[in-house]
Design a protein around this ligand. Sequence first.
Ligand code: HEM
Length: 604
Amino acid sequence: MSSANYSRSHPYPPDANALLEATRRHAISHPVSTLLVTLAALAGSYLLALIYFPKTSAWSNLPGPKRHSWWLGNRNNARIGQGKNEGKPRPPLMTREGDDLLDVPDVANAALLEDFESDNVILPRPLGGELLVTRDPAVMNHILSDSHGYQRSAAGTKATKIIVGDGIVAVFGDEHKKQRKMVGPAFSVDHLRALVPTFWDLTNAMVDQMEKDLDYEAKFGKDAKDAVKWFGRATLDIIGKTGFDYDFEAVAQGPNGMSVRSAFHAAMTSTMNIGAFDAIVGGVIFFVVPSLHFLPVTDNVRKMLEMRSELIRTSQKIVQIKAKQIREELAHAGDETFSGRKDILHLCMRANMSPDIKEADRLSDETLAGQIVTFLFAGHETTATTLSWCLYFLAMNAGLQDELRQSIHDALKQTSTAVDDLPSLGWNEINSAPFKKVENALVETLRLRPPVSTTFRTAFRNDQIPTTTPVRTRDGRMQSTIPIENGAEIALSISGNCLDAKYFGPDTHIYDPSRWDNLPAAHAQARMPPPWGFYVFNGGPKSCIGNRFAMTEMKVILIKVLLTWRIEPVEGIKLKSVPAVVQRPAVVGREKEGSQLPLRFVRI
Ligand code: HEM
């Protein structure tokens, strides 16, 4: 076609009416492609508007790093300074044990807060989002005390249900209040007191079995044992027995316990080694189209699915056994339906069946079964990893270990207890002043290795949150509240708070249990969650219901272990802390083997 012909049939500038007419004809003859093109054009325009004309944020004047891109936000890297240290490599934050604390999960946030010399910082997030990162006790208390106004995001709730079950930990607001009312009485001191003999029995069983375990010696030399493996087995047996009157027999390597432990171990190893492709496949299977379970999945995602099925299978088995027990007791025991059983599930069921409970407040069988998965997860992995880290710190600090062991001998004298009669130590003695050093060793471990190092919340209302001290804005003014818009995302940095020298004294990166006897005055003034005064168990109505259970159980195990063995490090290996639901120890270079913490247990 000649250029003259072309310009006759396609006049320039184009005739607007002719163009409209041509578009209309095309739309009628190709409705689907027209619809798709229109939607793409609208989405593109919306995206461009978001990128080039962003909504002014209520947080724009608060301190925080620059946005590098609308797509990616800011890469918060603990090793590169921001704020006052912008662009400079941060020097390693070496602990006395020779680890760089900057490798520990959530310490990037602690470093960010330090760099901006502020307890509240706004972090640009991908796709134009923003995150308030806080370690400020006033802000954290405000958020944690309001379980209606601040909840987990929809995606966070889904992830929680998948991993730790559809129990109390997954719900907020009125539903949470209802469930906490049922579960709460089982965690009263009176009931917990009755569980201590079981803690001792199962700890003694663990020590007997551990003594015979020589598996690790080939790999790590004489007396080497894996703390994670043995504490994981013992705490699973303890939560099984005290939680549901169920014998996992994980310490004795019975089939029930071993299948749960190996499902946990495989799934957590996968979580520790998760790659981008696993994340996409897992995201689709778990969050987008769960019914696609039959499709081929990656190895890591398959192990997560297997763990979930194993936990559901186990909780259903436990509920069936419990329901049978209760039916038999009702048939044979008249009014006394519980035959003196004191496990947590029994007490929840009893509270649930009480005539004082309104029908609308009663929990369904499904909700009760959901609590089992929650207790299995929350109640054993947290304590097992804390005990493992605690022994690691004590192995690396032989002087502190000797002092602690001596303090236990002194406490036994003060409570008139013989070394070979430890089980006579009950709740009152274990939680009394003579054993304060044991408690200090554990809370100091939790401060440096909190199993949950960040808690995320989303605002479900507009708010103004008062800060502990005024925040210096970008334009140099002082502001004493933080504005919150409905939908705002907030990260409560537990590690950031635990590493704050204002509240925990100097050298917060150093393991020093004695700091707990000598905290700065600001610690008490900040009113952090009682009784220990840190956020490791969170705070407010959704704080960890098992905190006193956990501390007493861990004290029992630590006392017994320290009186049985001297703990020494395995030379030539390096440990790191990896996030996989909770912070887990792993051996550098052996991450594919999963969480483990080899130590030498030398018989005293
Ligand atoms: C070192 C030990 C432990 C630590 C550090 C710990 C920490 C926590 C944290 C941070 C939460 C709040 C989670 C959130 O809302 O995002 C929580 C909740 C919870 N924990 Fe623990 N936990 C420990 C041991 C235990 C034990 C031994 C049990 C049970 C026997 C337990 C049962 C629970 C339950 C049921 C909740 C949900 C409470 C609610 O939502 O009302 N935890 N825990």
